[in-house]
Design a protein around this ligand. Structure first.
Ligand SMILES: Nc1ncnc2c1ncn2[C@@H]1O[C@H](COP(=O)(O)OP(=O)(O)OP(=O)(O)O)[C@@H](O)[C@H]1O
Ligand SMILES: [Mg+2]
Length: 229
């Protein structure tokens, strides 16, 4: 069974002269452990698609299934809880909580759920992210690359069904961008994490198992990368 399934997704914004068909009848499925890149020109519908996959917006038509659950059949509150448990988001702008330290930011989804974090796993995660000596630092005391690593930690903390990342390397220099990419790949390898990432960065597309290309809101190609070790 696919971890995530998009079925006939369409999204229309606005009405009359401001009407935009941002997404047109997009369907695909992603299996566990796949590392998928979404590419396409600016305005082609990439962020719209990612928001719909993550339950952050509502499609005009079509469905999204995550772990077999029909996302938009859930009530608003149920969807918010489902999102917290099953979906890890990473954005270009990090979106950390300024008053929480590194460790707290990473554990936030669990703390919001009144769940006891798996201490061993969180420790392992923080070490993997190279944040061992920054556990008690606030986001404002970190570099951009470190902040994005915290965001990756937060996205992975719940061992979600899927990680969705929108231009995660967009605000970083090339060295930090490459490091973020390596960490996402590591999550796929080490935790068999399913990852979907939007990127203009050709390195990301080159490293992905599969590349989905959007053009004017349509899915125009779905290519599997060459096999790699
Ligand atoms: N909230 C909104 N209201 C109206 N139109 C929108 C809204 N969000 C996006 N759009 C339009 O939908 C289309 C797709 O936007 P989207 O943000 O998905 O593109 P994108 O592929 O992520 O582009 P970029 O690479 O620049 O981030 C664009 O034409 C955009 O203007
Ligand atoms: Mg976008």
């Amino acid at each position: 069974m696919n971890v995530i399934e998009a079925a006939g997704l369409s999204k229309i914004y606005g009405k009359g002269s401001t009407r935009v068909e941002a997404l047109r009848d997009v369907s695909f499925g992603v299996a566990q452990g796949e590392f998928v890149a979404i590419v396409g020109a600016s305005g082609s519908g990439k962020s719209t698609l990612l928001h719909l996959l993550g339950g952050l917006d509502r499609p005009t038509s079509g469905e999204v299934y995550i772990d077999g659950e029909n996302l938009y059949a859930l009530k608003e509150k149920e969807r918010a809880v489902f999102r917290r448990r099953k979906i890890g988001f990473i954005f270009q702008s990090f979106n950390l909580i300024p008053v929480l330290n590194v460790e707290e930011n990473i554990q936030l989804p669990l703390l919001l759920d009144h769940r006891q974090p798996d201490k061993g796993y969180i420790r392992d995660l923080i070490a993997t992210l190279g944040l061992d000596n920054r556990r008690k630092h606030l986001p404002s005391e970190l570099s951009g690359g470190q902040q994005q690593r915290v965001a990756i930690g937060r996205a992975l903390a719940y061992k979600p069904a899927i990680v969705l990342a929108d231009e995660p390397t967009g605000n970083l220099d090339s060295a930090n961008g490459r490091e973020v990419l390596e960490l996402l790949k590591l999550a796929v390898r080490q935790y068999h994490q399913t990852v979907i990432v939007i990127s203009h960065d050709m390195n990301v597309a080159a490293e992905a198992d599969r590349v989905l290309r959007l053009q004017d809101g349509r899915l125009v190609s779905d290519t599997r990368g060459v096999s790699r070790v």
